[in-house]
Write a protein that binds this ligand. Sequence first.
Ligand SMILES: *[C@@H]1O[C@H](CO)[C@@H](O)[C@H](O)[C@H]1NC(C)=O
Ligand SMILES: *[C@@H]1O[C@H](CO)[C@@H](O)[C@H](O)[C@H]1NC(C)=O
Ligand SMILES: *[C@@H]1O[C@H](CO)[C@@H](O)[C@H](O)[C@H]1NC(C)=O
Length: 226
Amino acid sequence: MKIFLIFYLFLISGPVDCAEVTGYTGGRVFINCRYDHKRYMDHTKYFSKKSRGKCTDKILSKTQNTSDHESRIFFVDETQPGLFSVLIKNVSLQDGGTYRCGVEDAAAKPTDVTLQVKEDPCCGKTLTQEAHPGDTVTFTCEYPQESKYLSKYVYKATDHSYSVVIHVLGLSTQKGRFSLFDHPEENLFNVSISDVTEEDGGVYLCGLQGQKPGDLNPYYSLFNEI
Ligand SMILES: *[C@@H]1O[C@H](CO)[C@@H](O)[C@H](O)[C@H]1NC(C)=O
Ligand SMILES: *[C@@H]1O[C@H](CO)[C@@H](O)[C@H](O)[C@H]1NC(C)=O
Ligand SMILES: *[C@@H]1O[C@H](CO)[C@@H](O)[C@H](O)[C@H]1NC(C)=O
């Protein structure tokens, strides 16, 4: 009887990929959705919140004004073939819930993403750091205790893109003039930029890469802004 019932439900809802994502209030989160690149490269992609089984607040990749980074939720250019990202800025507790993303095609398999939003004193901060050309500048990123063993990321945000400046899984790394030292015993990492130039000015975002066991796609949770 039980087997019959499960089969029946499966037929109604169709197979769906699932993912779990953690965001922090005041921070940002990048949610990645995978699709069949060969078949659906040129199709419209969507992202919507599910409430009581229905999809609401649908946003579409093709109708969205991509130069409009003022909006709090927006599509980010395909980061790899077969993957598109949606960025939610200034995450709040009300953003918690289940989202569905995928391709506008009845045959395409959607992904349900559960966003869990946490409040943590580490996160949602905006700090300012001043430096002069030629200096070495260091800033500190506090992170949530539960992300001690996850990869740490630093992004630089410009008007139209987010690029990874440095990342590490482990205690320290160096990339050109950038270095990152993790201090897991204090739940923080320090980032240094040596021989600073004017072009280094801008907005940096500290974050982590998370991936719940069994999930296909990693997500990126950015918690502080420098
Ligand atoms: C897109 O946004 C830009 C800047 O906000 C605006 O100038 C432009 O008219 C918008 N385009 C559409 C199609 O809405
Ligand atoms: C972030 O969202 C909160 C409400 O959740 C709001 O009070 C605050 O002004 C927002 N901050 C920015 C920078 O938009
Ligand atoms: C770097 O991290 C340590 C924590 O071990 C902290 O005491 C220090 O103030 C941070 N900043 C710099 C500039 O080293």
